[in-house]
Design a protein around this ligand. Structure first.
Ligand SMILES: NC(=O)c1ccc[n+]([C@@H]2O[C@H](COP(=O)([O-])OP(=O)(O)OC[C@H]3O[C@@H](n4cnc5c(N)ncnc54)[C@H](OP(=O)(O)O)[C@@H]3O)[C@@H](O)[C@H]2O)c1
Length: 250
């Protein structure tokens, strides 16, 4: 998949899946805008990719005005925006519904759900104006079933999946490709936090059960190509052996 001439913005690119995705898209020839709250960490990843191909933009995706400015900065830096990867997300604080702190619960919704809306809201107008664009959102099996002590996470991922469906419903005819990727469990900081909680069966998985973030990055790249068009407006599961084989990570 050659991404030469394409511009990709990845949220949550300071580590984990987002950092791997930014590196993979850059290796495929794209210019990449890396977004996260930690200015130093995201600048380090952009620095590894190289100044001619990557720009780091510190931004908290829970604030719309920051996301809107970030999209503008990306377009100023590279002239366009072809792919938005809505990847940034959090799992903490893990807590049972009856004990969850309402403020902290709402902050997870602000990041995992509203952050996805903010990305779509800011990226869609320039993509529609150029007649093309791909919006990939990292989903989760948690969108489809309850997981103990994850009410914030499950609710936010279920809502984010509906946002992908909405983005497709309203904008496919304008040339917008919107898809969600449910990666399965991935060896990142988020899984360390889940393991430390010790609360549900996912926290008791062996570390070797998790796939590397590079597999998710490979799937995201594949989703930018026409082979993924069968899944527009839908969710792709990287647990599916057929998908793994199409992506080339089986
Ligand atoms: N790991 C898994 O097993 C798994 C499974 C299914 C789905 N996912 C999803 O995959 C995505 C990436 O997770 P990961 O596993 O790579 O986790 P991770 O290593 O914890 O990385 C999360 C990233 O999101 C960024 N982030 C968090 N809040 C943000 C905010 N308000 N604004 C901007 N950036 C923010 C973090 O950077 P800063 O802290 O610097 O902002 C970091 O770069 C998430 O949406 C997660 O729900 C993960």
């Amino acid at each position: 998949m050659d991404m030469t001439g394409k511009v990709v913005m990845v949220t949550g690119a300071s580590r984990g899946i987002g950092a791997a995705a930014a590196k993979r898209f850059a290796a495929a020839g794209a210019k990449v805008a890396l977004v996260a709250r930690s200015a130093d960490a995201v600048a380090d990843v952009a620095g590894e990719i190289g100044r001619d191909q990557a720009v780091a933009i510190p931004c908290d995706i829970s604030r719309y005005w920051e996301v809107d400015q970030t999209v503008q900065n990306c377009i100023e830096a590279f002239g366009r925006l072809d792919v938005l990867v809505n990847n940034a997300g959090v799992i903490e604080p893990i807590a049972h519904l009856a004990e969850a702190d309402p403020e902290a619960w709402g902050q997870v919704i602000d990041i995992n759900l509203k952050g996805v809306f903010h990305g779509m809201r800011a990226a869609l107008p320039p993509m529609i104006a150029q007649g093309s664009g791909t919006i990939l959102t990292i989903g989760s099996g948690a969108a489809h079933g309850p997981v103990e002590a994850w009410s914030h996470y499950c609710a936010s991922k279920a809502g984010a999946l509906m946002l992908t469906r909405m983005a497709d419903k309203e904008n496919r005819e304008a040339g917008i490709r919107a898809l969600s990727l449910s990666p399965g469990t991935v060896a990142t900081q988020m899984q360390k936090e889940i393991k430390a909680s010790g609360v549900n069966p996912i926290s008791r998985l062996d570390w070797s059960d998790h796939i590397p973030p590079e597999w998710v990055a490979e799937a995201l790249l594949w989703m930018c190509g026409p082979d993924a068009d069968d899944y527009l407006g839908d969710e792709i599961s990287l647990r599916d052996p057929g998908i793994r084989s199409k992506v080339g990570v089986a």
